[in-house]
Write a protein that binds this ligand. Structure first.
Ligand SMILES: *Cc1c(COP(=O)(O)O)cnc(C)c1O
Length: 398
């Protein structure tokens, strides 16, 4: 059994803060500071260029990739970390398009996170070959998987509402019509059990700064099905994906049959230190235990808000199995109300137009936190404290 009392103590949260935003940016593990200090003193300062060999910097893309891979059901050797999620969207969708060259439709949905759609728009312009991006309502994705579709690119858990797509059903239907599937697991990795291997997805991508707690701007990841590793086209054909990077050949030859071919260029080793420290906690977590705890806490939050804050309306699915690990409520004055809550040291966030979002991360959130947070929310609503002038102004980042 995962020990959630222990994992909680492994994070260094500011005194008195209730942090319900681990779905956007996870908190800092206590070990991050000593680990980073060790890296600076004992690796960068003393090893310098030798560190690529003596400290294995060069293959951390893969060793960290395998540790993230375990959390999403990916077999070893099929996941690498590096770059950003937006770049991984480009890589995966471009590779997917090349696998079905005669099909010109990329299917996503209009609940997807905008950057995923923007990147595909750019890719379509670049290809300039008559491609089309279709974005039906999320409920209509299944009906839109037809023989016209080449690539199905879906984010499993909706960043606003937490609604969760049925991964297996979509993959089976897509494969049935000969389409390729790319899953974005940004709000799934470390939130819900995922089995990319068992579902046989073609590609899966995601970031590590949300539930995985890798730190601001932590590296993204990409998983490619083992059956594709011989043939997948790494269009961002950088030297880290080359068969022999240190041959300094002037022509690109992708690393044969290995996930290395999805690497691009020199990654940020300093941010790998932070990711590795966060994964030291995750290595001992069972995703089924985590999910059970997430459901328990989410049900508590929903029940408490619905009984004590009736002005808020649940916009997440009521069925826990149809949700990720965050819960969202619509409220006309959601922005100001969230600002008032943040001023009271309960950190959630807001997504336009009117959604208040609460991330449930059982590694460091417990029942007492939920009860205290709803207590404060209830008082803010009763006192109409959200009407205060200082809660109306929108920051650059919401
Ligand atoms: C958070 C998130 C992103 C962010 O992409 P970055 O390149 O890391 O800024 C992209 N897609 C989805 C679905 C997300 O939830």
């Amino acid at each position: 059994m995962t020990d959630f009392e222990l994992t909680r103590r492994q994070f260094d949260l500011p005194e008195g803060m209730i942090y319900l935003n681990g779905n956007s940016l996870g908190p800092m593990p206590r070990e991050s500071v000593p680990a980073m200090t060790r890296f600076l003193k004992d690796e960068w300062r003393t090893e310098l260029i030798k560190g690529w060999n003596t400290k294995d910097w060069f293959m951390q893309t893969n060793t960290l990739g395998d540790r993230v891979g375990r959390l999403i059901g990916a077999p070893p050797g099929t996941t690498v970390v590096g770059d950003t999620l937006s770049i991984k969207v480009f890589q995966a969708v471009a590779a997917g398009m090349a696998m079905v060259p005669d099909r010109k439709v990329v299917l996503s949905d209009n609940g997807n996170f905008p950057t995923d759609l923007y990147i595909v728009e750019g890719l379509i312009k670049l290809r300039d070959a008559g491609y089309e991006l279709r974005t039906p309502d999320p409920e209509d994705v299944m009906d839109n998987i037809t023989e016209e579709v080449g690539v199905v690119m879906i984010t499993e858990v909706d960043y606003r509402t937490g609604r969760r797509h049925d991964m297996k059903a979509i993959i089976d239907k897509a494969h049935g019509v000969g389409a390729v599937v790319v899953w974005d697991l940004a709000h799934s990795a470390g939130a819900v059990p995922v089995d990319v291997g068992g579902c046989d997805t073609d590609f899966a991508i995601g970031c590590t700064y949300k539930y995985l707690n890798g730190g601001p701007g932590a590296p993204a990841f990409i998983h490619v099905a083992p059956r594709l590793l011989e043939t997948v086209e790494p269009f961002l054909s950088g030297w880290y994906g080359h068969e022999a990077p240190f041959a300094f050949d002037i022509n690109y030859r992708p690393m044969a049959g290995k996930i290395e071919r999805m690497r691009i260029g020199t990654p940020s080793i300093a941010s790998f230190v932070l990711l590795s420290t966060a994964l030291d906690i995750w290595d001992r977590v069972d995703m089924n235990d985590l999910h059970a705890k997430s459901v328990e806490l989410s049900e508590l939050l929903i029940g408490e808000i619905e009984s004590r804050c009736p002005a808020l309306r649940l916009v997440s699915p009521r069925d826990p199995q149809a949700r990720g690990s965050h819960v969202s409520f619509a409220f006309e004055h959601g922005y100001a109300c969230m600002q008032a809550l943040i001023a009271d040291n309960v950190i959630g966030d807001f997504r336009a137009p009117d959604v208040m979002r609460f991330g449930i991360a059982p590694l460091f959130i417990g029942r007492d936190d939920i009860l205290a947070a709803v207590g404060k929310l209830e008082r803010i609503l009763k006192d109409e404290r959200w009407k205060d002038e200082r809660f109306q102004k929108r920051s650059l980042v919401t």
